[in-house]
Design a protein around this ligand. Structure first.
Ligand SMILES: CC(C)(COP(=O)(O)OP(=O)(O)OC[C@H]1O[C@@H](n2cnc3c(N)ncnc32)[C@H](O)[C@@H]1OP(=O)(O)O)[C@@H](O)C(=O)NCCC(=O)NCCS
Length: 382
């Protein structure tokens, strides 16, 4: 007997679906569905638990994250597509002052994540339809938004997003690597990172004031617009909550150390233990003496911080340390560490092409060719 014919899919077009903010029940239905892509190595239940925990963080609660769905007009229980939009605070510096004044603006921005279409309804323009509707909604209140594409550079570009460069450095660590002890650096708990984020945000404002002055003075043509998502305590706590949840359910292990700082207070680093990708992902590296310190002092600071990250990765049995958008200094230090510890440290400089490609879209589809995305580090990802 021949096997039964697969059930024909019901025809569904974008005219047959409703775009809406998800009800709490539809959020859970969406997570159960998209968990097929993003839950492993967690179970669907654990993944739904993580997403619920994230929805309760300071960044996402109280409307910080809006959950959108498409569902058939007559069937709110069937999720066709879903995504999440999280409100972010960003800085913009350019030379747009009408009288030649510098401008730095703190603006409302957003990021879009977890774009998903139910496998039963793929390739019918559903995700594109949902994203167009989301774009209309966010354009009412926000200046620009980011997303991190896991499906290459083409799809979102067609919808008006511009893909950005995605350089990264990956340090592979041998199982028998002993990371040399470093003086003058201490590990940080989550509570200790929060006030450092406040200081960092203040430093961002000062840096952006400087960038606006440079643009107004015509440096680099005076036509660029610099942007950055702020590494606020709420943004960083979101990553820590995610890390805590996953480490607890998969390993039963408490995350104690979220980063490290040099004892002179001139620099700090914080990280995420990514058990799915088996990497310690650096959320951000800060060197406070950017303006006044000598290059040599700064290199010394960065080296201590990167070595602290390598030691944390070894403690957790994570074979790789990943740093997004490494500065020249970080690249030089990574190379120095590779020279000193090789062959037990493997070093790769590369461009992400398959995952997390930073993409940007300005309100009303305004061109972003002159936009410089400052500090495009992992802290802003979500
Ligand atoms: C990506 C996804 C949301 C697209 O949903 P959809 O409703 O089928 O999207 P649309 O009908 O608007 O567009 C389909 C296009 O997406 C492309 N696409 C889908 N998956 C892709 C992938 N992994 N890599 C590159 N392109 C992909 C299709 O090739 C198709 O291209 P075409 O228009 O040139 O034929 C859906 O495939 C999905 O949920 N995938 C799993 C989760 C995921 O990867 N989400 C994206 C996170 S950034």
């Amino acid at each position: 007997m021949s096997p039964p014919e697969p059930e024909a899919q019901a025809p569904l077009t974008t005219a047959d679906v409703v775009f809406a903010e998800a009800t709490p029940h539809q959020r859970i239905l969406s997570w159960r569905l998209n968990g097929a892509s993003w839950a492993p190595p967690m179970t669907i239940e654990q993944y739904v638990g993580r997403e619920t925990a994230l929805s309760e963080t300071a960044l996402s609660a109280g409307g910080g994250t809006t959950y959108y769905v498409l569902h058939p007009r007559d069937d709110p229980e069937t999720i066709v597509s879903a995504c999440e939009v999280t409100s972010k605070t960003a800085l913009v510096a350019d030379a747009h002052g009408t009288d030649g004044a510098d401008t730095v603006r703190e603006v409302k921005a957003y990021s879009i994540a977890s774009v998903f279409t139910n496998p039963r309804f793929r390739e019918r323009g559903m995700a594109a339809h949902m994203l167009r509707r989301v774009q209309e909604a966010v354009d009412q209140t926000a200046e620009f938004g980011a997303l991190y594409s896991d499906i290459g550079r083409v799809y979102y570009t067609r919808l008006g997003w511009k893909d950005f460069r995605s350089p990264q450095v990956l340090l592979g660590l041998a199982d028998d690597l002993t990371v040399p002890a470093t003086e003058g650096v201490s590990l940080l708990t989550a509570d200790e990172v929060a006030p450092l984020c406040e200081r960092d945000v203040a430093a961002f404002r000062a840096r952006f004031a400087h960038l606006a002055r440079s643009e107004s003075a015509g440096e680099g043509g005076g036509t660029r617009t610099h942007i950055a998502f702020l590494p606020t305590p709420e943004q960083v706590a979101w990553h820590f909550a995610r890390d805590k949840y996953v480490c607890q359910v998969l390993l039963g292990r408490e995350v104690v150390h979220r980063g490290a700082k040099t004892d002179d207070g001139n620099g700090w680093i914080y990280w995420d233990h990514d058990l799915r990708e088996k990497k310690l992902k650096i959320l951000r590296i800060v060197t406070r003496d950017e303006e006044e310190g000598s290059a040599e002092t700064r290199r010394g600071t960065v080296k201590k911080l990167v070595l602290a990250a390598l030691a944390e990765a070894r403690k957790w049995g994570l074979p790789k340390v990943l740093i997004w958008a490494p500065s020249e200094e970080i690249a030089a230090i990574a190379t120095e560490i590779w020279r000193e510890l090789g062959p037990k440290v493997h070093l790769v400089f590369e461009e992400r092409e398959d995952g997390s490609i930073p993409s940007l879209r300005w309100k009303d589809g305004k061109a972003v060719d002159k936009v410089v995305w400052e500090s495009n580090e992992y802290y802003a990802w979500c």
